[in-house]
Ligand binder design. Structure first.
Ligand code: AMX
Length: 436
């Protein structure tokens, strides 16, 4: 057994009595109540999910296993010669809550080489789709096609299925999916935009560096990939992609079914597709501005109002939980300030950051006028030459696999139930409304 799996097994053993005790001794303690606007309004803020992988504070932003983004980057061992930790080190931390030693990271890096091999039929499935299919369709189809490899499914069909041990095949699937999704994404990139001229993985490289290699990018894009995948990994359990993955897995569907579904949710413009929408908005803005006309605070403000007055949302701004600038935005902004401070697109995004919150506040609808992760992420990709912006949500999807897969491994370890909230009818709500 690897050190990672061994540590995970120990953590699971230690954790199980806590969950059992909460249900048995404190199961009827009330932790929330539900109002009519929450019921109609997308279950906003209702406390109804449990995860220890990450927690999202509205003011502070995300903490992964109790650590803020800067703390996470500082604590984990770095990739050799790099400013950022490896994805493998972060995966270890997400699963166990522990900071791995270099030797423990090296073991995961070596394991991922084996796990990351993608069967050729997956590429055939992707190639069978029309080439102008959205790359998220290709990614979701590729992940779904892998379902025949599922160890969880084999265990379920073995006649020996057991709720106490089924986390182990789920862990195998989760690890395999994480290891395979980056090469699949890289394949889609080269297939769709680079004439199907594929580049082989380099066995010497870690996850992030190999992704850079396979899409045809050089340093410092290896760090961009590491940073990007870590930042996008997890945002507690209620967001559409994480929740969908958890929901589907709660039916004992395996990791491939669950994450393919999660990706389909991520592909929505109010969720992960917003990063592509940000770039599209900026390009449209520049087109309307005309050749050689400099962006100014005035013309950016006008364009923002035009978007709002047309009944559209300003992509990259607002959040269902956050009430401050997203620290994932800040982290990427810091990267830009260091590596591409004079880039015109970065300057424009910074200008939007200066004026958009004021415009949104004046508009008066959005509860959070501050930027989210998606407002900044496309700029970095664009700068390094990944300009096919419909690919940006695929990058998000590779990162998000880390959080979703860590979560469903723990879901099975703690025996979380099939998810099944109760619905009510409009007449019922009207009756309760009258009764006050
Ligand atoms: N521009 C314009 N209007 C906005 C807005 C924005 N950026 N953000 C919120 N609003 C509007 C909502 O559409 C809603 O209008 P309505 O009352 O007419 O329906 C009103 O403000 C109240 O919404 P809210 O409670 O502040 O937000 P929410 O929880 O319902 O939705 C989110 C959150 C992210 C979907 C929303 O802010 C939005 O659409 N943002 C733009 C898209 C985006 O950037 N999505 C990415 C989010 C991060 C991610 O998941 N990757």
């Amino acid at each position: 057994m690897s050190k990672l799996k061994d540590t995970l097994a120990q953590k699971i053993q230690e954790h199980r009595p806590r969950t059992t005790r909460l249900v048995k001794e404190f199961g009827k303690v009330i932790i929330d109540q539900v109002t009519i606007d929450q019921c109609i309004g997308g279950a906003r803020d209702i406390r109804a999910l449990v995860t220890d992988i990450s927690y999202l504070d509205p003011q502070e932003g995300i903490r992964f296993r109790g650590k803020t983004i800067p703390e996470t980057f500082a604590a984990l061992p770095k990739a050799s010669g790099s400013e950022y930790p490896t994805v493998e080190a972060f995966w270890y931390m997400l699963l166990t809550g522990d900071i791995p030693t270099q030797a423990e990271v090296d073991e995961v890096v070596a394991e991922f080489k084996e796990r990351g091999k993608v069967p050729s039929y997956v590429f055939d499935v992707i190639k069978a789709l029309p080439k102008d299919s959205h790359p998220m369709v290709m990614l979701s189809a590729g992940i779904l096609a892998l379902e025949r490899e599922s160890e969880f499914l084999k265990f379920y069909n073995s006649g020996k299925f057991n709720k106490m041990t089924c986390w182990e095949p789920m862990y195998e699937d989760a690890s395999n999916l994480v290891a395979k999704i980056a090469p699949i994404a890289a394949f889609i990139y080269r297939y769709k935009y680079k004439n199907d001229e594929q580049i082989a993985a380099d066995p010497k490289l870690d996850y992030g560096a190999n992704f850079a290699q396979m899409i045809g990018q050089k340093a410092p894009y290896d760090d961009v990939a590491r940073m990007y995948f870590v930042l996008h990994s997890d945002h507690e359990s209620g967001n559409v992609s994480a929740h969908t993955t958890h929901l589907v897995a709660s039916a004992l569907s395996d990791a491939y079914y669950a994450y393919s579904a999660g990706l389909n949710g991520l592909a929505g413009p109010l969720h992960g597709l917003a990063n592509q929408e940000v770039l599209a908005w900026i390009m449209e803005f520049q087109k309307k501005l005309g050749e050689g006309v400099e962006p100014t605070k005035e013309n950016v403000t006008k364009a923002l109002w035009d978007t709002l007055n047309a009944g559209q949302v300003v992509p990259g701004y607002g959040h269902a939980v956050l009430r401050k600038t997203d620290p994932r935005y800040t982290s990427q902004r810091e990267f830009c300030l260091k590596h591409l401070p004079s880039d015109p697109l970065f300057k424009l995004v910074s200008m939007i950051f200066e004026v958009a919150p004021g415009v949104l506040m004046e508009h008066g609808k959005a509860k959070n006028p501050w930027p989210n992760v998606d407002a900044q992420s496309g700029v970095i990709q664009w700068y390094y030459g990944v300009r096919e912006w419909d690919f940006y949500t695929v990058l998000f999807g590779v990162g998000r696999a880390l959080g979703c897969m860590a979560n469903i491994t723990w879901d099975r370890a703690l025996g979380y139930a099939i998810e099944r909230p109760k619905s009510v009818t409009t007449p019922m709500l009207e009756k309760w409304a009258e009764e006050g």
